[in-house]
Each structure stands twice: as C-alpha cells, then as structure tokens.
Write a protein that binds this ligand. Sequence first.
Ligand code: MG
Length: 399
Amino acid sequence: MKIVDIKVTCVNVPFEAPLRWSLGVETGTSRAIIEVTTEDGIVGLGETYGGSAIEHAIATARPFVIGLDVMDFGVLLHRFAAFCIGYETAIPAVVRAGIEMAFLDAAGKAHGLPVYRLLGGKTRDLIQFGAYVFYRYRDDKSSTGGESDAASILARTKELCARHGFTAVKLKGGVYAPMEELKAIEAIAAEFPNYPLRWDPNAAWSVETSIRIANQLMWRKIDLEYLEDPTSGLEGMSQVRAAVPIPLATNMCLVAYDQLAPGIRMHSVDVILSDLHFWGGFQQSRKMIAVAEAFNLGIGMHSDRELGISTAAMLHFAASTPYLAHAIDSHYHDQIDDVITSPFVYEDGCMRVPEGPGLGVELDRDKLEKYHGDYLRDGAVNEFYDPRRPSWVPALPVF
Ligand code: MG
C-alpha cells in the first residue's frame, strides 16, 4: 500500500498560563501535524515541532516518501540516513520522527493493528507520568498561574497531584537563584516524602554551583530520583557526577547517537531522557535504548509540548519498551486544548495506551483549522524571549 501524498499543517495551542524556564518563557506550543495518504485513501498521522523551517524540511523529504509502502518504515529510515550524512539540517531528526510516526499510523490502520503491535506488543496498559511543575506567570484571562515562590509551587504541586493522581514530581527550575528554588524542592519533598522527585534547571548552573547545590541536597537529606541537566555539556556533567553521588539525567547533552559513546566513557549521565522527536523516531530510539541497556543507564522520557498525536506515539513506544522505567514527562496538563477528537485524560497519574488501529487517535478537523488560523496569524511560538525580563540573558550558565 503505497504513499501517494504527504502534507503538513502547523497549529498553535496556548498554555493555561505562561511557563517559565531557564531560556525564558513558553506561552504555548507550535506543532506540525503531518498526514501521509496511501493509494487506498488511508491517512496516517504524525506530529513534530511546528514552524516554517519544519514545513520546508517536510517538502525536502517528500521525494523520499512518495511511492514507499507503508510497511517500509525501515527503508524510509535508511533513505533518510543516507541523505542526512552531512546534511542533518536538511531533514532534521524531529522531522524524520514525525514522518516515521505517520507511516506507522498508516501501517497500523492498513492492517487493523495498534502501533504497539508493530513494535512487538505492549508490556503494560497504563503509562505513568510525573507532575511537571513550572514557575508560571499569571494569566489574567484564566486567573491561573503566578507561581513564584516555594509556597505557591507547593500549592500547584498539590493541586496537580490531587487532580490527576500523580505520584512523581518534577520541578522545572533555572528561573530563580538555586538556593531560592531549593526551598520549593524542600517543601515538595516534605509534603510528598515517598514520591520520586526531580529538579531540572536546564543547564542554568555552572559546574561549581551544581556541586554546591547537590551538596546542599545531601546535607538536607533530600533524596532526588535524579538531578536533570544541572549544567551544560558532557564534560560539565561528568565533572558534577564525579563530585556528587546523585544520579544525573539529561535531555540536553546526550540527544544524538554519536553522543552516546563519549557520554558513556565520561560517565556524564545516569539516566537518558528519551525523546522520539530528538532521536529521529521509534527505530532510532530503540537503538539508543539497546545501548543504554548494555551500559546499565536508566531511561525516562522527555516532553516538549506534544499534542495528542505525539502523546499517543509516546504511549505506544513506552508500552512496548519495558526498560523505560521512570515516570515520563508531559506538558499535557498545561495545554488548554488538542487537535484530536478525544483528548487524553490521566487515570491515577497514568495515561492509557490507545487500542484503536494505528496510533488510535483521530484528528478533529475543526480544531485543526482553528489552531492553524492562530499559527497563520501569530507565527510559531517557539521563541522563548521573555519581554517581562528583558535583561535576562539565557547564555549558559546564568547561576
Ligand atoms: Mg529537561
């Protein structure tokens, strides 16, 4: 069953309130919704980052896609691999991932099988997520947000855990001085002593600050599940790790296959946060996880503002990858809407793996049109500049 067309529609979906992090502020998500159509009229859905560069890359990829059978997603990978040696930026990994996702959705629909069956079957029905907690600006329209200190972060954490049933927590840091953010970490640890707890300042700290703060955590007997990207680069992370016995995780310094060998040699990280988009799709992520397993590295999953199609892909992947044992991240509870007909809901902090053919989600064409209109009006919202903090220079490290 051959692919005869590929098209892309970019959308903007806002957050309930603006999220703050070390590089500035995020007001919503821009995503590219990819549709591949087969000669029999089956439409396979994929999703990746939105924006004009992504639209251009999908146009570049078109000749590699048209005429391939939907089951030839391995051939697709080889075609991309051959083309992208030395030309990585022409069809970046995030675009290859979105197209592979659409192939798998079409293949599943063509054969009446959920994607997890194409990946070897599922080992679980429910995938656990953590409460992803951000410092937020207040949104006056929705009267939400405004978390700016330990008390309000703790209140937000309690609200998310009560509403969605989360039993793991991650604080996005890198916004305030680390000793100030440490007060929020202490408050969460005291309130939820048995919940795995992570802290992610997105490499806003120097090596020496990272070591100092890690020591503060140990003196206060705060048992983090892991500290995520306290500082930047494989070398900086390895220096921190050599100095403190706290597991380090990354979605920043080890995000491509050729970074695995140096990262492992240098013991830069203990946990790799996988990401279907960063790593170029399901097949490439599987290869990375096989290497991680051989070297006893832990595997979690990173989130960067996915809508429902990518979220479904993450669930199928996690369900078919038992080695992925840490609760995964999602911005889903911060996004006000989705472009699928049945948005996901949390059940006791988990999402259920869809059972329909393919990814098991359907496009809501009205919402696609509505949020595409917002994208056309505003452009992509992937710029992180914070107009309320004009002197903030997100050169790393800032603390
Ligand atoms: Mg991170």
